[in-house]
Design a protein around this ligand. Structure first.
Ligand code: ZN
Length: 460
């Protein structure tokens, strides 16, 4: 049935391009995606989906569903941007971002592509009058917010049989990555302010505590599992004057581990270091969990279906103009990146798939969905090789012909795979069985406790 979905996607390609460009033109950071969410909801309503807004008490989380009964196939859409990455489209030199956000991770494409897949499956259900439900989930705050983890905690994905999604990248492939679980903790140190020259003995420096914590964590790094990662950003130094003992200082830690139990162990060690730093300096420390997400559970039953569809449909071949633009872009904007190649700037083949997982060191809140139901993802080549993640270069490329074409390809593959699953009960059962085995014995345990609420983030 990929002919059916291919035709639908081809027929609505202008619409999908419009959606992607609207999101690109209105970049909004985590949990502030009001224009983007409203626009996507409007399109879903126009297409005849039943729209539900405010999922999991998040204003910019929503769903659009169509159909009846089982199976329930979900497409995950993202639309959040990153701070300070605004660029003009197609520029080859970094411009002035004017402190505004931009789509440096391509979530404008991601949202439009998943939406296209949902529309194609809806039209299939209408035409064939088959049983089944298609749901487009509008998932906000992936960047720094783990919106899907909050949604999963509140049961939004319960009842979903299979979820598909994708991500813009520089390669066409099924995603076999074992992403890491992570959590983000804000450590707030509080001390006593005083004049640094005349009364230093009365001061208790929160900034000293923060620095000692970072030194302690730097020593910890030697003694943690190879797959773990710890990163930090100092978000509040406590002031600008060296002549004042700083009474407040804040550091945001991002801790990553292979799975949630390793993560809990590592977090405890980092917490202990923070406590030690506070003790050494006579200050206090407050720890605030901002967000967390789970490691990814792959599903090779579904990945095989996606791979077959990628082959069957065929990756888009760039035009001469796509290639010459990409080559010039590579020379001017990507020369410092090893994987960039001005001779062959675009990789448009489909990477082989052999059914094995690959350890990856990034994280995504798709991980939480993958613990709730069988979930599978692909990437398509929307950018030239070497374009770094979360960059002005990706922002600049987000309205290009290549990006639009690869988005349509992603939509076609996801839709065709979903229809295959809807038509073939055996695949669905096998995917569920595999999911059960990979998530045994405990199943999904959300890493975000009840009571923690999503935090709008304007610096990410
Ligand atoms: Zn992303």
């Amino acid at each position: 049935m990929s002919n059916f979905s291919n035709t639908v996607i081809d027929n609505i390609q202008d619409k999908l391009k419009e959606v992607s460009d609207f999101l690109w033109d209105n970049p909004e950071t985590a949990f502030s995606e009001t224009k983007s969410a409203a626009y996507l909801c409007k399109v879903l309503c126009e297409e005849g989906f039943t729209v539900e807004e405010g999922l999991a008490d998040i204003a910019t989380a929503f769903s659009g569903s169509f159909g009846n009964g089982k199976p329930v196939i979900a497409f995950l859409g993202e639309y959040d941007a990153l701070s300070n990455l605004a660029q003009e489209a197609g520029v080859m030199e970094k411009g002035d971002d004017k402190g505004c956000p931009g789509h440096g991770c391509g979530h404008n494409l991601l949202g439009a592509g998943s939406l296209g897949a949902a529309i194609a499956v809806k039209r299939y259900l209408e035409q064939t009058k088959s049983p089944g439900t298609v749901v487009f989930f509008g998932c906000p705050g992936e960047e720094g917010g783990s919106g899907k983890a909050f949604m999963a905690r509140d049961g939004v994905f319960d009842g979903v049989d299979v979820a598909f999604t994708w991500h813009p990248q520089s390669e066409n492939k099924v995603n076999v990555n074992l992403n890491l679980a992570n959590c983000q903790i804000l450590y707030k140190f509080n001390g006593i302010s005083s004049h640094a020259g005349t009364q230093p003995h009365l001061g208790r420096s929160a900034l000293d505590a923060l620095e000692l914590m970072n030194v302690g964590v730097n020593f910890l790094r030697e003694h943690m599992p190879m797959t773990a990662r710890i990163h930090y950003a100092i978000t509040n130094t406590g002031g600008f004057s060296p002549n004042v003992v700083q009474s407040h200082a804040e550091v945001l830690y991002l801790i990553r581990s292979a799975d949630l139990s390793d993560l809990a162990e590592l977090r405890e060690r980092v917490d202990n270091i923070a406590d030690g730093a506070a003790l050494m300096t006579g200050t206090t420390v407050e720890k605030q969990l901002i967000k967390a997400c789970s490691n990814a559970v792959t599903n090779h039953t579904l990945l095989s279906v996606l791979y077959d569809k990628m082959q069957e449909i065929g990756a888009p071949v760039p035009t001469e103009e796509d290639l010459s633009f990409a080559s010039e872009f590579t020379k001017k904007a990507l020369s410092q990146y090893k994987a960039a190649n001005a001779e062959h700037p675009i990789r448009y083949d489909i990477l082989p798939y052999n059914g094995t997982n690959v350890q990856s060191y990034g994280s995504s809140d798709v991980g939480d969905v993958s613990w709730v139901c069988p979930t599978a993802q692909i990437t398509t080549a929307t950018y030239p090789l070497g374009a770094p993640g979360h960059s002005w270069q990706k922002t600049s490329y987000g309205k290009s012909n290549l990006a639009h074409k690869a988005t349509l390809y992603a939509a076609k593959v996801l839709a065709a795979a979903a229809i295959e699953v809807m038509e073939n009960e055996e695949i669905l059962e096998k995917a569920k069985q595999e999911h059960k085995e990979r998530t045994s014995p405990d199943g999904y345990i959300c890493p975000i406790p009840k009571g923690v609420v999503p935090k709008a983030i304007d610096k990410i």
